[in-house]
Design a protein around this ligand. Structure first.
Ligand code: MN
Length: 339
């Protein structure tokens, strides 16, 4: 399929490059490193070769979320966002931006998101899970009450928020002790991010701000497969929900969440996601450079779904969610007409 738009696509700047080194064996680091720092060269060639018209770019992980010093987190986010803005300006028809945010300080995060959307033209934020502050045991999950003004601003700015994974800290990883292979994309990323998303849903956040739109990668981090069970535990026992939110968890998942195919190239899983959340709320992504663009595209282009759903998931949903209509090139339009 030509004209695809992909939105979990990462880059690194010098200060965040090392954060990605542990995710591949040492022999592959040179390749991953060069993929992360390249934007306008090999990346574009791969996009051209595999029918990707546009990428929405985001910083690698955990990056800003793991910077314990608040001022340093603020400065790192600004540097990364300014760098990304220059890359977008060079090819706005091929690249758009997600803001990195210093969530350690909700006011600073609000200020930076506002700057990125209003001044730099970014399309939303991508945040790598919980944030940490030096000398504090507390992990900052964004259902906490101090983030309500931030979410109010996100709703006002009318941009989506991509909740991207990070690993749990060693002090919170007892279940993985001795089983390091389960860290990262294999399992811990999904578990960590799914629980964070459930916290947001149960907190009542979406009762207060019903127009918030949260994006999850990796086909929803396991949530589509488990959503019925979340709402139906001991269904024979009549009790009120034990969370502050007013509605069933699945209601928030279906109305406030979008998911992407990043790093989860499996037709059976996609079909389950279509059955749970619907093809209008699923968007194509690759998770470059941690996953291959050809693996993502070859799978998606041939997946056994309707052509109408392929157009929605591959392209049209992203145009609508991010308001990309004006950026769609004539070339993209002719490619569409040719199909
Ligand atoms: Mn990713």
């Amino acid at each position: 399929m030509s004209g695809k738009i992909a939105l979990e696509e990462h880059f690194a700047i010098d200060e965040t490059l090392a954060d990605s080194a542990a995710f591949v064996p040492e022999a592959y680091w040179n390749e991953l490193r060069s993929r992360l720092i390249d934007i306008q060269d090999g990346r574009l060639r791969q996009m051209d070769a595999h029918g990707i018209e546009m990428m929405l770019l985001s910083l690698n992980a955990p990056a800003v979320q793991a910077v314990g010093d608040i001022q340093q987190a603020v400065e790192l986010a600004r540097r990364a966002n300014d760098f990304l803005a220059e890359q977008v300006v060079a090819r706005p028809d091929r690249f758009q931006g997600f803001a990195a945010l210093p969530m350690q300080d909700p006011d600073a995060a609000t200020e930076e998101l506002t700057r990125c959307v209003r001044d730099l033209g970014f399309r939303g934020a991508l945040v790598n899970g919980f944030s940490q502050i030096a000398d504090s045991e507390d992990l900052l999950y964004y259902d906490l009450p101090q983030y309500r003004p931030f979410w109010h601003a996100v709703e006002d700015l009318s941009v989506p928020f991509y909740l991207h994974p990070r690993n749990p800290l060693p002090a919170h990883s007892a279940i993985y002790a001795g089983h390091d292979w389960l860290m990262g994309p294999t399992w811990a990323f999904g578990q960590e991010t799914a629980v964070h998303a459930l916290r947001l849903m149960g907190s009542g956040l979406f009762d207060d701000y019903p127009d918030l739109r949260i994006i999850l990668g990796h086909m929803g981090e396991g949530l589509p497969y488990s959503m019925w069970r979340v709402d139906h535990r001991n269904a024979w026992v009549e009790t009120a929900p034990r969370y502050p939110a007013r509605r069933k968890i699945a209601d928030y998942f279906n109305e406030n969440f979008f998911i992407t195919t990043s790093g989860n190239f499996r037709t059976q899983t996609l079909i389950d996601a279509i059955l749970e959340i619907g093809a209008d709320r699923i968007l194509f992504s690759t998770d470059w450079p941690f996953e291959n663009i050809d693996h993502a595209s070859d799978w998606f282009d041939a997946a056994s779904i309707s052509e109408r759903d392929r157009r929605k998931i591959g392209r049209l949903n992203a145009i609508g969610l991010f308001g990309l209509e004006d950026l769609i090139s004539d070339a993209g339009a002719s490619l569409r007409a040719a199909e």
